[in-house]
Design a binder for this molecule. Structure first.
Ligand SMILES: C[S@@+](CC[C@H](N)C(=O)[O-])C[C@H]1O[C@@H](n2cnc3c(N)ncnc32)[C@H](O)[C@@H]1O
Length: 283
């Protein structure tokens, strides 16, 4: 992967992206993040899935999280994955061929699910709300297809928590301030997951969080820290947010690269997970 291939990586329109292969490959890397694995393990514990249940994964990507849960539902249960990207769905279907439990993956929009009311026991949605124009409407749509007593699980990132430490407080502050300002998408949605569930009438919410950390990175081996964007892409973001002059772009990138080569680079990012139940009497 070249540095320019990580430029502007985005998951709103995966299939139109010239770097679609990078977007798909990045999914496997981020699935392997320690924070992702911890939150998925927490989610599985909270959901206490039972054989025969039906689970919907909205914005399922390559389907790995849904397929990992399929065994808990047994041969009488079913996993359904929906994703806006046909490329993602193709990848998920390929992985599902090796699965021994029922799994179906379809192209669809989180804002208009092609599923009946009250038809799932569990709906999950991971790192997808941050790419949506109307996350609240998406959550309402997820609740629509949940049966009374069903569970909803949301996992997402809070990019406003991104910390880069290369021993330069001014640089760290610029990154922090740029990431706190949402531009064009709800990138800080992680911290708002509880509020989103309350907005649709779900009051009893359990939550947790995990911080993904990068303690080392060799910019000569890989253009970006594992599963992340390149520093050139981050520099563009800072310019866009008014935290960096365009003429200082090269300075910013080379400062971080030099620090990383010298073993003075670390980065941290917080992710959140929430689970709530629809009341037994429905909403
Ligand atoms: C960062 S990926 C996360 C994939 C998967 N949930 C995971 O955690 O590995 C975001 C996914 O959301 C999908 N997506 C974005 N907008 C969507 C929408 N409106 N409806 C359904 N899927 C959407 C993208 O195609 C992409 O596969």
């Amino acid at each position: 992967m070249k540095a320019d291939e990580t430029h502007g990586l985005g998951y709103e329109r995966v299939d139109d992206d010239p770097n679609v292969g990078v977007l798909l490959a990045t999914m496997d890397v981020t699935a392997g993040w320690e924070a992702t694995r911890r939150l998925r393990a927490w989610e599985r514990h909270q959901l206490r899935l039972e054989p025969g249940q039906r689970l919907l994964d909205v914005g399922c990507g390559l389907g790995d999280a849904a397929l990992a849960l399929a065994a808990d539902l047994g041969t009488d249960g079913e996993v359904v994955g929906v994703d806006a990207s046909a490329e993602m769905v193709l990848g998920a279907r390929a992985r599902a061929r090796a699965a021994t439990y029922p799994a179906r993956f379809t192209v669809g929009d989180a804002l208009k699910l092609d599923e009946s009311d009250d038809s799932f026991d569990v709906v999950r949605c991971e790192r997808t709300l941050q790419w949506m124009t109307d996350p609240k409407a998406a959550v309402a749509e997820m609740v629509r297809v949940l049966r009374a007593g069903g569970l909803i699980s949301l996992i997402d990132t809070d990019w406003s928590t991104l910390e880069i430490n290369v021993g330069d407080d001014d640089l760290a502050r610029r990154v922090r301030d740029a990431m706190r300002t949402e531009r064009r998408r709800p990138s800080n949605i992680g911290r708002r997951l509880v509020g989103l569930l309350r907005d649709v009438g779900l009051e009893r919410v359990v939550k947790t969080s995990a911080t993904q950390t990068w303690d080392a990175w060799d910019p000569d081996e890989s253009p970006a820290p594992d599963g992340c964007f390149s520093m050139s892409s981050l520099a563009d973001d800072l310019v866009d947010a008014g935290q960096l002059e365009a003429v200082d772009r090269e300075w910013f990138v080379s400062m971080i690269h030099t620090a990383a080569r010298d073993g003075r680079f670390s980065m941290a990012l917080k992710m959140h997970a929430v689970v709530a139940a629809v009341p037994p009497t429905g909403l």
